[in-house]
Design a protein around this ligand. Structure first.
Ligand code: ZN
Length: 240
């Protein structure tokens, strides 16, 4: 079950720098960057570079960064069957600018299985809304062709199989291995130019207008509006 590790990171003089997960703590120890001073607490043996002191001070004034996070569902406070849920789906996030791809703890929420399932329906609605706004359409025929090409690459089929017939009809000739590979990587969406997926297309539109922060806010606000979470970590709303 997913939970927060809330491991502490201390500077060489013993002052608190923030929380991390067990994996990161283990990494500090393994790389000899610090030592375990008590359970779940690592004291670094070097002064970490804080690139932006103002940003660090602002964070340390926000309880979100210095209070341990509770391992409970942010919507209903249940502690059963918790899942780490990404407010901005990974297939969108992967197209973000480098500096925004990682360290987005703010967008990782703990949800119980029930709330997670409930939100799934609304999440798909938001995904569909984006497609509608950007006039992106799914080409069912292309989708079928792509899926058949994938299956043909994965399994041995008789050349008389209907998958072959369908692809032959689509191409106007019998497919070569290369044809199948090309088709299997095809996006079945229309209206995304040269992009590999609607997610890439939409994110790039936001980046080109320098509005990626607005895009992030849409997903966060939507989650808050739909789910009305009553147990968000203190200070979460103020974090940027
Ligand atoms: Zn819940």
């Amino acid at each position: 079950m997913a939970k927060y590790d809330n491991c502490k990171i201390l500077s060489p003089d013993g002052s608190f720098l923030g929380y991390c997960n067990q994996r990161r703590l283990d990494m500090y120890i393994k790389k000899n960057l610090g030592s375990l001073v008590e359970d779940k607490t690592v004291q670094l043996n070097y002064e970490p570079k804080i690139r932006d002191l103002d940003d660090f001070t602002r964070k340390m004034n926000n309880p979100y960064y210095f209070e341990p996070l509770k391992s409970q569902c942010v919507v209903c406070s249940s502690s059963n069957h918790l899942i780490f849920f990404h407010l901005i789906p990974k297939d969108y996030r992967k197209w973000f600018p480098e500096n925004k791809k990682t360290h987005n703890n703010k967008d990782v929420m703990l949800l119980c299985e029930k709330c997670h399932q409930y939100y799934g329906y609304y999440l798909n609605k938001l995904r569909d809304d984006f497609l509608r706004v950007y006039n992106i359409k799914l080409d069912q025929n292309l989708k079928t062709v792509r899926n058949y090409a994938k299956k043909l690459l994965l399994h041995e089929f008789n050349e008389n199989h209907r998958y072959f017939a369908k692809i032959t009809e689509h191409l106007g000739h019998k497919p070569s291995h290369e044809d199948l590979e090309k088709l299997s990587n095809l996006s079945p969406y229309i209206g995304i130019n040269e992009c590999s997926s609607p997610c890439e297309y939409i994110v790039k539109r936001y980046i080109s207008k320098d509005k990626i922060t607005d895009f992030e806010e849409i997903w966060r606000n939507y989650f808050v509006e739909v789910m009305e979470p009553k147990f968000l970590p203190e200070g979460w709303v103020e974090t940027k």
